[in-house]
Structure formats: C-alpha cells, structure tokens
Design a protein around this ligand. Structure first.
Ligand code: CP3
Length: 336
C-alpha cells in the first residue's frame, strides 16, 4: 500500500507523506515552456499527452508521494457548455450562463467532452510508480457557482445581494452540479486515480446563515458518494476558520486540508479523528531557509504521531523557486 493511503485511510503515522497543491504549474520552467506554446489553457487540459507530461514534471524533480492530475476545477462548467477563458494576471472568465442549455446536458455528452482528462489519468497511472498515489479532484458546487454566476464583486468580496437574488438558481445548480461531480469523480477513479480532493476554495465567503445549504450539505453529498464507492476523499473548505470544526463534524471526510489561517494546534485538538493535511503558508517558501524550516518544524512537531499529510495552506505560488521546494522536502524527510 502507498504511504499516503496508509496515512490517510489506515491512520498510520510512521511516515509523513508529501504532495503540494499546484505542484505542477507556473513555478516550474518546464511547465512554462509547454504553456508558452499552448495559449489556450482549456485545450492544454484536453491534450492528454501534454497534461500527463505536466502531471509527471514535479514527480521527476522531487521526492513526492503523490501526483495530482493536471486539469482544472473549471473543466466541469466547460463540459456543461460554458465558455471558460483564462486571461493573463486576471481570474478565469466564464461566458454568461444559459441555464436551459446547462440543464439539458446529459451524462454521456459530459463524459465524452472530458474523455481526454480521463485518458490523461490512465496514461499517467501507467507511468507512475505503484507506490505513489494519483490524486484526482473536483471543485465543490459553491466554488464552481462563484465562477459560473460571477458572484464576486472584487477579488475576495462576495456580492451578497446577487447571491440572495439568485438563490433559486443556486439551488438548482447545486443539485445539477452534484450529480455531474459524482460522475466526474467516478470517471476519474475508473481511469486510475486513487483518491479525490474536493476544493471548496471560496467557502470562506459564504454568509454564516447559508453555510449549511451552500457548504456543508453539498460537501456531505459528495463525501457520502465517495464513501459508498470506497474512494478516500480529502476536503479543503478554505477560509472556514472555526467552522472547520462544524464542517468536519457534519461532513466527516477521510482527510481534511487546513488553510494557513488555521492554528495547527487547534486543528489537532478539534479535528481529531480525521487525517489532517497541509497548513503551511505558501508565502513561507519565498522567505529564507531558516524561516522556512522553523515554520515547517512547527507543523511536524504538532502533528507528530498523528496521521498528517504534508502540504501547504493553499497552492504553491508562481514566484516559488523549485530549489526551495526541494529543500523543504529534504527537511521533512530528514526530520526525526
Ligand atoms: O494542483 C495541481 O498541480 C493540479 C492542477 C490544478 C490547476 N487548477 C491547474 C491550473 C488544480 C488542482 C487546480 C484547481 C483550481 N482551479 C482551484 C482550486 C484550488 C485553488 O487554487 O483554490 C481553483 C479555484 C481553480 C480556478 C482557476 N484556474 C483559477 C483561479 C486560475 C487562474 C489563476 C491561478 O490560480 O493560477 C486557474 C488557472 C490554472 N489552473 C492554472 C493552472 C496551472 C494557471 C494557468 C496559466 O498558466 O495561466
């Protein structure tokens, strides 16, 4: 059994498995080279040979326990008929939603459009060492809807009035998305992925009185789907602060990924019973070595003898030096 599965599922604490969110991406020169020749990001995600190559790039460089398939959470709205554009230094832009069109998509069409993603998973699985995990992922319905309906006023500010105005549409979308997200999970697992991470990157923007409907319930639905299919699942409800505890109590995922605002000591106490992942602020990798090792050691000490997967509190930043990633991994591997 792989070390990551051993920790996540069997709660074995003999080793701290390591992987990074956004480990394949813009901080790697070899990724930038491929990206510069492929202007259309969606097309790149639908090129199974290239996306498999990109998935394996960080595995070639670093001593990691898992690869995460190179794709995007927005491939799901894309497959449901929305246009998705990534402009330089701006967030993703989606065309206006045509709800009727969206609701008419059937499962067969969806799977056909995303076939290259599944092929990329099979190709990667064949090339990846058996002892390493291949992680698949989805975005939660809420986080996808933030993009699908354009619910943010600015970078980190929710348009609460718009959310209220669109509440009927949001409910319909959550139900529809949950069905397709289950299908996307199943397709990825059938293709050779061995666990799922659910990114709820914008759960921290949800007003408290809407958390049950927009965060806990949809995540629970997806986690229950995974459990009934024996698929280990890690949830990342970023920004929930103290409500991480409520989330964990209700949703009960196999693993929970903490963000950099969560006090690791609090997490160990309040989330006990669930394997914990991540936490370190990705900005720390931009500081000097001493600071990076000191902050990393805090996490390793607190989670000693606890099922803990090393990762960050969000994705690796584009400014990160690949050498820092290597030094960080070596530090963790040699830590006793
Ligand atoms: O982690 C990995 O290495 C696997 C690949 C991966 C990507 N996106 C590739 C990508 C994963 C797991 C994602 C998830 C994702 N995508 C999330 C959840 C995680 C998070 O960051 O909160 C979200 C919210 C998105 C939506 C998205 N896709 C945004 C906001 C952007 C643009 C800005 C950014 O963060 O990079 C993307 C584009 C994107 N997805 C890039 C990559 C490597 C950059 C594309 C480029 O080169 O311009």
């Amino acid at each position: 059994m792989s070390k990551l599965t051993n920790c996540l599922v069997k709660r074995n604490t003999s080793c701290v498995p390591i992987w990074f969110m956004r480990q394949a991406g813009r901080y790697l020169p070899e990724f930038k080279e491929i990206r510069s020749k492929n202007q259309d990001f969606i097309k790149l995600c639908l090129n199974s040979n290239l996306s498999s190559t990109i998935t394996l790039q960080p595995i070639k460089r670093f001593d990691l326990n898992a690869a995460i398939i190179f794709s995007d959470i927005l491939m799901v709205p894309y497959a449901l008929g929305q246009e998705v554009k990534f402009e330089k230094n701006e967030g993703p832009k989606l065309s206006e939603l045509n709800l009727d069109f969206f609701l008419k998509k059937n499962e067969k069409e969806f799977t056909t459009i995303l076939k290259p993603v599944y092929e990329a998973i099979s190709k990667t699985r064949k090339k990846l060492d058996n002892k390493k995990n291949l992680i698949s992922f989805i975005g939660s319905p809420w986080t996808l809807i933030v993009y699908i309906l354009g619910l943010k006023k600015e970078k980190n500010v929710l348009d609460v009035e718009l959310v209220k105005k669109k509440s009927a549409e949001i409910s319909i979308l959550i139900e529809k998305l949950n069905n397709f997200l289950c299908l996307h999970i199943k397709n990825q697992i059938d293709a050779g992925a061995d666990l799922v991470q659910i990114f709820d990157s914008w759960s921290g923007l949800i007003p408290t009185d809407m958390l049950n409907d927009y965060c806990y319930k949809p995540n629970l639905y997806l986690v229950n789907f995974c459990k009934s299919n024996h698929i280990p699942v890690i949830c990342f409800p970023k920004g929930l602060k103290n409500n991480y505890k409520v989330f964990n109590r209700i949703v009960k995922p196999t693993g929970i990924s903490i963000d950099y605002d969560i006090d690791p000591l609090w997490a160990r106490k309040e989330l006990s019973g669930t394997c914990i992942q991540g936490g370190l602020d990705p900005k720390i990798l931009l500081s000097d070595k001493e600071t990076m090792f000191k902050k990393t050691e805090e996490y390793l000490k607190i989670f000693k003898d606890y099922p803990y997967i090393f990762n960050l509190g969000h994705g690796l930043l584009p400014e990160t030096k690949p050498d820092s990633v290597n030094e960080l991994i070596n530090f963790i591997r040699n830590y006793k």
